[in-house]
Design a protein around this ligand. Structure first.
Ligand code: FAD
Length: 392
């Protein structure tokens, strides 16, 4: 537990400008940006910040701009600019810029021009993003680790370093006097004319506004809001199958962030992260059903299949499962868009949820928008697509 935290609320808590419920990356980013506009901010976390079941826990998350929907590609680029500003505040690396490589193979997806890799490249080139294409020979010369016929590289991409980011956000919160209440169960959220009353097991906190950012537990929190009725966020949990894989002895360096980008074959639902030396025990490889692309039925149905098909240097496959993977699922939204904005029918309650298994890279932008909505009466961004009222 950090020194800014308490395990129970204080009876003397003054009225707050903002209470944030949920201490994952979205809640902490909201506190970060809100602290520019307000002095009294409280974050309430039901467990401890960084607990193993939270989606923002682990070692790395990919940061990339290669979405097929230009809207999310532009949003990722916008968020990346905020990440770069955050990086300037600390000496610890928050992002490792190793790039992100999308792969395609004739034998698996015969029409290479229709693959995610090719479409993402076209999109990035149209948007003026830094990107590069490879045919088989060029790929073999640059990234001999892969067996593929086509690849496209998103250059302003890589991995985020989760523990360093959490440390940075908690240090900032401490410096700004943000109150962080861990192991605190919310029992009621009551909106009144001038603000919100948050009831916890041990106290009552008054606030001008509240942001609900409890990750995939949003539909457990919503019933605690007075008068909420049947409103829920239509979420489906998708559990990716991922693990770390140990490279052949003596070849570890070929697979680290200095030599390998983040990689993905999203047509078949496979992705991976290079070894982040000193932080991760091997190459991270996962398999899931992508949100924004219909997966092709193929021989790749598990991380091990991807390794066999696309990483020929892995002669022996040694899998290390991470304890963090147990509880972690992607929170897919019915219409495949984030949920950001006022809770329908409420003036002082904001919702930030439904990150479609891809929210980490967008977190500074999401936190900034939630802070602006809560404390500045709006944002300059057009966020109508994310309006929670679409499910009302
Ligand atoms: C396996 C996996 C891999 C991923 N990979 C990527 C990736 O490569 N790139 C990327 O950009 N994104 C990725 N994501 C998505 C990204 O990690 C999430 O979108 C992001 O971390 C969500 O943050 P959050 O703060 O909303 O949720 P969380 O981190 O889950 O935090 C929510 C917090 O709210 C707390 N809480 C819940 N209910 C209450 C309550 N009633 N009262 C108080 N507190 C409460 C929880 O305890 C938790 O700590 C991945 C997700 C998973 C699961």
């Amino acid at each position: 537990m950090n020194s800014t935290t308490n395990s129970h609320t204080s009876a003397s808590t003054p009225p707050q400008d903002l209470v944030i419920i949920g201490g994952g990356v979205i809640g902490l980013m909201t506190a970060y940006y809100a602290s520019r506009f307000a002095r009294h901010i409280t974050v309430i976390e039901r467990q401890s910040i960084g607990h193993l079941m939270a989606s923002s826990t682990g070692e790395t998350r990919s940061i990339r701009n290669d979405y097929l929907d230009p809207f999310y590609a532009r949003l990722a680029d916008e968020a990346r600019t905020l990440w770069d500003a955050l990086q300037r505040e600390t000496n610890e690396p928050l992002i490792v810029d190793c790039g992100c490589l999308n792969l395609a193979k004739h034998s698996i997806t015969p029409d290479l021009s229709k693959t995610y890799a090719a479409l993402a490249h076209k999109n990035m080139a149209d948007l003026g993003f830094d990107c590069r294409e490879f045919d088989r020979a060029a790929l073999a010369a640059t990234y001999p680790q892969f067996d593929a016929d086509y690849a496209s590289l998103d250059i302003r991409a890589g991995v985020t370093a989760l523990p360093a980011i959490r440390r940075m956000l908690l240090a900032h919160a401490r410096a700004k006097g943000v109150q962080i209440l861990e192991n605190t169960e919310v029992t009621g959220i009551i909106e009144g004319a001038d603000g919100v009353t948050i009831e916890t097991a041990t106290s009552t906190i008054l606030a001008r506004k509240a942001v609900l950012s409890p990750g995939r537990w949003i539909n457990e929190l919503l019933p605690l809001v007075n008068g909420i009725g049947q409103y829920r966020v239509p979420l489906t949990m998708v559990k990716p199958d991922w693990a770390y894989f140990v490279p052949p002895a003596g070849q570890e360096a070929l697979y680290d962030t200095d030599h390998l980008p983040v990689f993905a074959y999203l047509d078949v639902g496979a992705y991976g992260h290079p070894i982040y030396v000193g932080h991760t025990p091997g190459l991270k490889v996962g398999f899931y059903h992508p949100a924004d692309f219909d997966p092709v039925k193929s021989v790749i149905q598990r991380p091990e299949d991807f390794i066999r098909e696309c990483l020929p240097g892995f002669t022996k496959v040694e899998r290390i499962d991470d304890s963090h993977m147990e509880g972690c699922s992607y929170d897919m939204v019915a219409d495949d868009h984030f949920v950001i904005g006022a809770l329908p029918g409420y003036r002082h309650l904001l919702l930030g949820s439904g990150w479609r298994g891809t929210g980490y890279k967008f977190a500074p932008w999401c936190g900034k928008i939630l802070a602006q909505l809560a404390l500045q009466q709006g944002t300059v961004y057009d966020i109508r697509t994310f309006n929670p009222a679409r499910f009302a």
